[in-house]
Design a protein around this ligand. Structure first.
Ligand SMILES: Cc1cc2nc3c(=O)[nH]c(=O)nc-3n(C[C@H](O)[C@H](O)[C@H](O)COP(=O)(O)OP(=O)(O)OC[C@H]3O[C@@H](n4cnc5c(N)ncnc54)[C@H](O)[C@@H]3O)c2cc1C
Ligand code: SF4
Length: 534
């Protein structure tokens, strides 16, 4: 069966949703979004059940190899110290994400000019500024205006309460004289649009049944669908096709039964994530593009950046109710964000203060770490830990490196017969030194807050959730995959609009910047009322 649309969007996650909303806003384009995963029913999210922690380690795990749904594709990350984390379903990984929403800093777009590392982006913070603001309003972002490390914010929902634990750790930062600020998070702290406020229970990473977390199924999608965008779930795109002139012709997708469909479109927008996007473009190879679409530079799939994470945890002598509240959101510090020539690394990191572990995780981890034995004294030891811990996650800026990459894995096929991927990734010396510094700083601050440090290590294995750089943006087609409007070099009606296009990674969670880039690119597409001109 063949159908024709003006625009086809592949992927319904953070970027695909923002694209669908923007492209349907003021033009009457006929738009189809194809999503390989299924529609979620928030009333069935594990967060509605007392056993949600079990689901977090099984059917709602952020590790696709553990979940192993028909929508998931094989990812062999045995050659990487960090495993890929994602969610393949309507709303993409935002269904599971924590909602951290800090913007990248102006310096992040100029690392080569400033520090001689990475590359400068062909666009600046100033180019993205109106799109950051528009996006934050659409997603509903809480925080506090006036942050000296992020002076550009002008309008936010009230911050998520720090809670007892947050206040205690903030005292630690104060006594060190270090920067801290309430987290920027896409969580409603009051009614925003037609979405209600957070009820502070905590299981944000198994889907927010309350609808307070800004996952795109409850932010962009309801409006995009009202504006006429059609969504087909359980529809896996296998290939982007080309016409005789070398322009994108459309896509071929398979439904759950394996039936193939061909869609014709005047513009194809790919938003399958930092690993799903290069996978699709590599799999779309043809006689003209034997190495994959947009891969004339050889960079498609390369420069994978993952934000290696360090984790430090401390236990306090007092009940701080630390398991209560949105899991990730409390406060952050960007004391060590910018390059300091006294350090043995360039660029920097964010320290993100996390709430304490929930009950089952406390008991389980405590048992394996030999801190909470089973049997005698179990309850006493449990209560000495539960609600008394605070953790700091160190998000390190990851610089682009050619050897860090994904490639197709033709020996491991998904349920539609499409190749999975292999990940090749190593930590650089710069990253190792940065993580070491981050661990020491986090220990100092938790100790200054009165905590006893019990855990510290890096990199944390199951935290490859920030996927960037694999279809990077640039003016020079020999050194990049897309141009500054996110058009694939040489194929002007094919766009990549997700964090694959990041030139460098910054040291913050990527969605705020990724969606701003999506809106920037879709603004450009929308200016071409006659898409034929693209
Ligand atoms: C547990 C967890 C916590 C996180 N916390 C944060 C956080 O606090 N802040 C933050 O900024 N980021 C966070 N992230 C990362 C964030 O969720 C991602 O960066 C973001 O969702 C990426 O957006 P995307 O649109 O590129 O990809 P996704 O949101 O992953 O969406 C891609 C979609 O494309 C679909 N797709 C892929 N290939 C195909 C195909 N061939 N055909 C059809 N459909 C396809 C997938 O099924 C998926 O639904 C977290 C992620 C996880 C897993
Ligand atoms: S803590 Fe708030 S954001 Fe998280 S799942 Fe509960 S209601 Fe949603």
């Amino acid at each position: 069966m063949k159908e024709t649309f003006d625009i086809v969007i592949v992927g319904s996650g953070a970027s695909g949703a923002a694209a669908a909303w923007r492209l349907s806003r003021d033009q009457s384009f006929r738009i189809l979004c194809l999503e390989q995963g299924h529609l979620s029913d928030p009333s069935k999210y594990p967060s509605t059940r007392p056993d949600w922690e079990i689901s977090r380690g099984s059917d709602y795990s952020s590790n696709p190899s553990v979940r192993n749904n028909p929508a998931d594709y094989p990812i062999d990350d045995s050659n990487s110290p960090i495993s890929i984390a994602n969610y393949n379903g309507f709303g993409g990984s935002t269904i599971l994400y924590s909602g951290h929403f800090p913007r990248m800093h102006p310096s992040d777009f100029r690392t080569f000019s400033l520090d001689g590392v990475g590359q400068d982006w062909p666009i600046s913070y100033a180019d993205l500024k109106p799109f950051f603001e528009l996006n934050e309003n659409m997603m509903g972002v809480a925080g506090l205006v006036g942050d000296p490390a992020n002076p550009e914010y002008h309008s936010l929902l009230p911050p998520v309460p720090l809670g007892k634990m947050g206040r205690r750790v903030a005292e630690g930062f104060n006594s060190m004289g270090w920067h801290w600020w309430p987290s920027y998070v896409a969580i409603n702290t009051r009614q925003h649009g037609n979405r209600g406020s957070c009820i502070n229970l905590g299981p944000c990473n198994t889907g927010c049944a309350q609808g307070a977390k800004g996952s795109v199924d409850v932010t962009y999608w309801p409006i995009a669908m009202r504006q006429g965008v059609e969504v087909r779930t359980n529809s896996r795109v296998l290939k982007v096709t080309l016409d005789l002139q070398g322009k994108a012709k459309g896509v071929i997708y398979a439904d759950l039964e394996g039936t193939l469909y061909e869609i014709y479109a005047r513009v194809v927008v790919v938003a399958c994530s930092g690993v799903g996007t290069p996978r699709l473009l590599l799999n779309s190879r043809s006689a003209e593009y034997p190495d994959g679409l947009g891969n004339q530079s050889g960079l498609l799939g390369r420069n994978l950046m993952l934000h290696p994470l360090a984790y430090v945890e401390a236990v306090f002598d007092q009940d701080l109710q630390s398991s209560i509240g949105p899991h990730g959101a409390s406060l952050l510090s960007q004391q060590f964000y910018e390059t300091n020539l006294d350090n043995d690394f360039v660029r920097g990191y964010t320290m993100q203060v996390l709430r304490g572990a929930p009950a089952a995780e406390t008991a389980n981890t405590g048992f394996f770490m030999r801190q909470i034995p089973l049997g005698e004294n179990h309850h006493q030891k449990f209560h000495q830990t539960f609600n008394r811990t605070a953790g700091i996650a160190v998000i390190s800026e990851d610089l682009p490196e050619l050897g860090n990459r994904i490639e197709l894995d033709s020996e491991n096929l998904d349920s539609s017969g499409m190749p999975g991927i292999k990940v090749h990734y190593k930590l650089s010396d710069n990253t190792r030194n940065m993580l070491k510094h981050g661990i020491e700083s986090s220990k100092q601050v938790l100790q200054a807050a009165g905590g006893k440090v019990t855990t510290s290590f890096a990199p944390v294995k199951h935290t490859g959730w920030h996927l960037m750089g694999t279809a990077c943006m640039g003016d020079n087609p020999e050194k990049s995959v897309v141009n500054k409007h996110c058009q694939v070099h040489g194929i002007p009606n094919l766009f990549v609009v997700d964090s694959s296009v990041f030139v460098t990674s910054g040291a913050v969670n990527p969605v705020a910047t990724a969606q701003a880039v999506t809106l920037w690119a879709c603004d450009f597409i929308s200016q071409h009322k006659n898409l034929q001109l693209l």
